[in-house]
Structure formats: structure tokens, C-alpha cells
Design a binder for this molecule. Structure first.
Ligand code: WT7
Length: 651
């Protein structure tokens, strides 16, 4: 059968290294043995209701649920009849214990200012802001847009929304006024919380001005609350705009949490598809909170004395799940940082790790590749010995970047959890358990308890070991999205129409002989060279394994003979490379993977076009490789100059 018709993807990456957890780590871990993991996983597969019912005892319920799981995927409901509140679980329940004086959030602004909110401080601020929202007319069920920098008020506003049952819709502070208007309209948001601006690489990023512009086109919004962060000049419209600090001054610190249905919407988060308008992924209260609570405990091995730092922006799901809801529900101390990793210099993250004695550090492969490029000298200046666990998320990590993270940041002593999940899954799905799983660089290893994945052909047939195909989920899990806001048909079509009876993630993957999963990237990105379907990620990894390559993006372009040729955009570790290096890299890939993957074209570039969350926009590179003048939708592009420079080189 040709690979084209079956939907299978050829596997060409061969990675043999394996890193078992130390006995020391394993003996103290929250899940401590292979046997324990296997027993949990089997139980969750065979009796999901029994398993998740037991796990749900980790949350506080106002009223117990009548049933754990109702219905079939995609129309599943969790914990019907149960009454719960996410802010209560993240705050109030810790106040009866010694944790009331524990740091909930340690915040650092980009200019170096800091704030520590103990659990009782955070509880007080959240209650006050919940009262402010009510005063401004927000009721249970109303949608609230949060368009803010990474400041404590963002977490406070989220939890205040959760407290009164007003779903929040967070828009990343780097998005434009147009993006804000579109999302306000789609969600029919009633109120917007923003700030005058935020700090990024020493510059003030204006936010209120963008909100003002967006409101000309989003009539559902009645009120705006503005945090004073940078102190820059803003226009305040009477009877529409209110200063956060003025409203908070008179607000009561008492606010009973709403007793909400488990399936009450907690938030909407817009995620861009490869085409079309953004999708409003909707998560509900009970299932989402349970998923993020348990996965934080299992994967990050959270302990009460840990200082935990996830470097994501709360504008992405990673920040929702693993800066705010998961860690706080567990009563952990979570760090929140406002600014850029290279401000005032490339040592900022490591300086913060040393300063706060960070134990658990979670970041993205794109950041790791930047660190590699900046050089070992930055981390080497700081004491990183407090670190005990490292994590990554967002895209496949190249084995060489993984090894660098292991060696230079982890000092060969920290397990690395490569966590695969999506905005839609709410929480981590595939990941090592740090005390159990022997890791292999580049693999997100195994499914967590309650996750039943498979690799299938387009027809839905299960594939065997090391056969690349489509990644699906065969069973529902509590934190899965419930719908796309306002467009249930699209929800059914995007995730459930491709493979009968399964959730289709949109990623290609393979499972090796040890049952480990290797993500091969989005199926939309797959190359088709002379009828062989190859993963762009694997060619990229081969390139990055060359010592002079910092980062690579591989795309197909129309080729007379092969159907698709392989074009590689390569960022080097030094400023520029000689032409001969291109031949050397072609030979290198050929040696690593085989003749079929030999690049046809190599182009050096000092930067790659990325989304604001750090994902390479291969779609745009395909346009450039094909010599097309007009490139597709660029609204999520982080840095436009990158595109302009790539185009210039075309001429
Ligand atoms: C897509 C989801 C989940 C939080 C951030 C991204 C890719 C994510 C991994 C990983 C390989 C990964 C997938 C996935 N992805 N984590 N560990 N290994 N690929 O959320 O924006 O919804 O993107 O990111 O392609 O489908 P998102």
C-alpha cells in the first residue's frame, strides 16, 4: 500500500539514548514505580468512572456528583449533579491549613519589581475583584475578556471570574486590536479587563489603546477595568472605563463562591487553526480542574516545599493550566514573570532560578533552542543546583536541544518531562512520570492514567510499532474541550469526523517497540517526497544535530520529479555560513536519515517566522520556498521583519 493512501508517515529518526530516573528521585516521587503507574493506567482504561471518581476526592465539592461520566465521546459529561467552584479549590480550601501564609504567587516584573501573594492575600484580592465585577454588572454566565500583561492582577481576575462563574476569555497581550475585537465579538464579552500597558524588552507595550480601538468594533462590551502598570498615558472614557485600584479600594473582601455545576463553563480560549477563524475552545469547571490538578501532581511531582516555575504566558493554555489552576489547586508556590528571557540580558531566567531557588522549571523547546544559541556561558554564571525537575511543552523537542537542556540546565541530574498536550485537551496527556519513566530524548513517552491513545491510518486502523500515522484518543478524559464556543458543528467536524469514534488531535506520531510515543508534528506539515511521507520534524532534528546549526525549519515545495522537494531554512550558531556548509548539511542529513530525505535547497536565515507562542509558521515558509509573492494569513506572526528579510533573499 502506498503511504499516501494509508495516511502513514515514514519514520526516519533513530534515537537510542535512554535516561532512567535516579533511585533517589524515584523513591520520593508522587508516583513511585512502574507497577503503580501500570496499575493506575489499567484501572483508568477498564473503569474510567471508578478511577476518576476516586481521583475527584482530591477536589472539594459543595455537593457530590450523581455520576462520574455520562454519554459517549464526543458528547461526554463529567460529574453531573456535582457542585463545585474552581476559585474555592485554588484558594479557600488552603486557608484552613498552614498554607494560608504560604506564597501562592511569587511575581517578578520585567524591570525587577517583585510581589509575593500568600494564599490569604490572593484570596482577599480575588474576593474583592469578584465584587468589583458584580458591581459592574457581570453575572454568572457572562463572558469577560482579559487582555493583560503577566502581572498578578491577571491571575486575580481569572480566579475572580471563576468565583462568580463568569467564563474568562484571555487574549495574549501581544495580539492586535483586531484580534481583540474578533474574540470579543465571538464570545459576546460584556466586560474587558486590561492594563495601560506591560513591559517587554524594556519597552512599554500599550494595551489600553488597543482595547479602545477594538471597542469601536465590539459593541457587546459595556465596561472596561484598567490596571495601572506602566503609568503611561491612557484615555479613560467616562461610565465605561474604570481604574482597577479605584474600584478595589472600596470593595468588600467577602464574596461567597458560586456553587456551580461541574459542567459550568470555566473559560474560553481562542486557538488559531491553520486556516479560518480562531476556534473558541471551551473548558468546563469540574473536569478541567480535576485534569489539571492530577496532572500537576503526577507530572511535576509537586510537593509542598517546591518552588515551581512555568515560563509560559497565561495568554496560552499552558499558563492557564500550569501557572494558575493546576499549581494553585495543589497549594503550590508558582512563579510568574512578566517579561522577556533576554532582558536585561540572556541570563535573566537563570538569574531568577538562582534567586528564587526554583526546583521545577517548565519551558518551551523554542526557548531552549534560543538558550543554546545564546551559549552556555549565560546559565553557567548562575547556581542552578536547586533544580530537580525540568519540563518542555509546545512542539517536538529535537534530541540535541533535549541533550543540551539535560546537560547544561539539568546538570545531568534532573529528569526531563516532555509533555504532549493541546489547548483542546486542557491538561497533559502524554508525558514521562519523572520518578518512573526512563526518558528518550525527543519522545513524550507514555500516556498518563486515563489517556488511551492510538496511532491509526486514515481509515482508522491501528498501526504497528514504529509505523507513523495519525494520533487519536480512543476514550474520553475529564479535561477535554466540550465544544467550540458558538459552533458545535465545527467542534464535531474538526475533532471527531476524521476518525470514527475517536478524538483526532491533528498530529502525526509513531509508537516504538517500548510503547513510547514520538510526535512527528502537525499532519498538515508532512512532506511528500516521491510518494514518501516524511515528518518535517525528523529532518529538522537531523539538521539540528549538526554542531553549527541552532534551529531549522523544513518545508516542501513543488518539485517536477519528486512531487515535493525539501527546502530547509537554517539558523546557524554563528552569524553566517559559507556556501560549502550547505553541501555539508545536505550530506549530514543524508547520512543521518537516508537519501530520500536529502535536502534540495538550504537557506541560511538569522531568524524564522514564528507565532507568538513560538511555533514555527511553516505555512509561510512554504509560500516563500515556492516563490509565491503573497503569503497567507500573518495575523499571528510574532515579528514581521523576519518575513521581509526572508523575502529579500528570494530576489
Ligand atoms: C500542539 C498543541 C499544550 C500547550 C501548548 C501548545 C504541539 C505540544 C508537544 C510536545 C510535540 C507538541 C502539537 C500539539 N505540541 N506539546 N511535547 N511534543 N508536539 O498548545 O497551541 O494547543 O498546540 O502543539 O502539535 O497538537 P497548542
Amino acid at each position: 500500500m502506498s503511504t499516501e493512501s494509508s495516511g502513514s508517515i515514514e519514520n526516519v529518526l533513530h534515537e537510542g539514548r535512554k535516561f532512567p530516573p535516579s533511585t533517589d528521585f524515584a523513591s520520593n516521587a508522587n508516583i513511585a514505580s512502574e507497577a503503580e503507574y501500570q496499575q493506575m493506567w489499567d484501572r483508568a482504561k477498564d473503569d474510567p468512572a471508578g478511577f476518576w471518581g476516586e481521583m475527584a476526592e482530591n477536589l472539594d465539592w459543595f455537593r457530590p456528583y450523581d455520576s462520574v461520566l455520562d454519554g459517549q465521546m464526543p458528547e461526554t459529561k463529567w460529574f453531573l449533579g456535582g457542585k463545585i467552584n474552581a476559585s474555592y479549590n485554588c484558594l479557600d480550601r488552603h486557608l484552613d491549613s498552614w498554607r494560608k501564609n504560604k506564597a501562592a504567587i511569587i511575581w517578578e516584573g520585567e524591570p525587577g519589581d517583585t510581589r509575593v501573594l500568600r494564599y490569604q492575600d490572593l484570596h482577599r484580592e480575588v474576593c474583592k475583584f469578584a465584587n468589583v465585577l458584580k458591581k459592574l454588572g457581570v453575572e454568572t454566565g457572562d463572558r469577560v475578556t482579559l487582555y493583560m500583561p503577566m502581572i498578578p492582577e491577571l491571575a486575580i481576575a481569572m480566579l475572580a471570574c471563576a468565583r462568580i462563574g463568569a467564563p474568562h476569555s484571555i487574549i495574549f497581550g501581544g495580539f492586535s486590536a483586531d484580534a481583540v475585537a474578533d474574540r470579543n465579538n465571538d464570545a459576546q464579552a460584556k466586560l474587558v479587563v486590561t492594563a495601560d500597558g506591560g513591559w517587554r524588552r524594556g519597552k512599554e507595550v500599550p494595551l489600553k489603546a488597543a482595547v479602545d480601538e477594538s471597542l469601536e468594533r465590539s459593541p457587546s462590551v459595556e465596561k472596561v477595568v484598567v490596571v495601572r502598570r506602566t503609568g503611561q498615558e491612557v484615555d479613560m472614557v467616562p461610565d465605561r472605563d474604570y481604574w482597577w485600584h479605584e474600584m478595589m479600594e472600596g470593595a468588600s473582601a467577602e464574596c461567597e463562591p458560586e456553587q456551580l455545576d461541574a459542567e459550568h463553563p470555566l473559560f474560553i480560549l481562542y486557538t488559531s487553526g491553520s486556516t479560518g477563524k480562531p476556534k473558541g475552545v471551551l473548558h468546563t469547571t469540574g473536569g478541567y480542574l480535576l485534569g489539571t490538578t492530577m496532572t500537576s501532581k503526577w507530572v511535576f511531582d509537586l510537593k509542598d516545599d517546591d518552588t515551581y516555575w512555568c515560563t509560559a504566558d497565561i495568554g496560552w493554555v499552558t499558563g492557564h493550566s500550569y501557572i494558575v489552576y493546576g499549581p494553585l489547586s495543589n497549594g503550590a508556590t508558582t512563579i510568574m514573570y512578566e517579561g522577556a528571557p533576554n532582558w536585561p540580558d540572556e541570563g535573566r531566567f537563570w538569574q531568577m532560578v538562582e534567586k528564587y531557588q526554583v526546583n521545577i522549571f517548565y519551558t518551551a523547546p523554542t526557548a531552549i533552542r534560543a538558550f543554546v544559541k545564546w551559549g552556555d556561558n549565560w546559565p553557567n554564571q548562575y547556581d542552578l543546583s536547586s533544580l530537580r525537575l525540568l519540563g518542555t511543552v509546545g512542539e517536538p523537542i529535537n534530541p540535541e536541544a533535549w541533550m543540551w537542556y539535560h546537560r547544561v540546565i539539568g546538570q545531568e541530574a534532573c529528569p526531563i518531562v516532555d509533555t504532549w498536550w493541546q489547548t483542546e485537551t486542557g491538561g497533559i496527556m502524554l508525558s514521562p512520570l519523572p520518578g518512573v519513566t526512563a526518558t528518550k530524548p525527543g519522545s513524550c513517552t507514555k500516556p498518563l492514567p486515563g489517556v488511551v491513545p492510538d496511532i491509526v491510518t486514515k481509515e482508522g486502523a491501528s498501526l504497528g510499532d514504529n509505523e507513523g500515522g495519525l494520533l487519536v484518543m480512543r476514550q474520553p478524559w475529564p479535561s477535554m474541550l466540550r465544544t467550540l464556543y458558538g459552533d458545535h458543528d465545527r467542534f464535531l467536524q474538526v475533532y471527531f469526523s476524521e476518525i470514527e469514534g475517536c478524538y483526532f488531535a491533528g498530529d502525526g506520531a509513531r509508537r516504538d517497540e517500548d510503547g513510547y510515543y514520538w510526535i512527528m508534528g502537525r499532519v498538515d506539515d508532512v512532506l511528500n517526497v516521491s510518494g514518501h511521507r516524511l515528518s518535517t520534524m525528523e529532518v529538522e532534528s537531523a539538521l539540528v544535530s549538526h554542531e553549527l546549526v541552532a534551529e531549522a525549519a523544513v518545508v516542501g515545495f513543488p518539485h517536477d520529479l519528486k512531487g515535493e522537494g525539501i527546502c530547509c531554512f537554517v539558523t546557524l550558531t554563528s552569524a553566517d555560513g559559507p556556501e560549502e556548509l550547505k553541501d555539508e548539511l545536505k550530506a549530514h542529513v543524508r547520512k543521518q536519515i537516508g537519501a530520500i530525505a536529502t535536502p534540495d535547497m538550504i537557506r541560511f536565515t538569522n531568524a524564522l517566522p514564528k507565532t507568538r507562542s513560538g511555533k514555527i509558521m511553516r505555512r509561510l515558509l512554504r509560500d516563500i520556498a515556492a516563490g509565491r509573492e503573497e503569503v497567507g494569513d500573518t495575523t499571528t506572526l510574532e515579528d514581521f521583519t523576519v518575513l521581509a528579510r526572508l523575502r529579500e533573499h528570494n530576489e
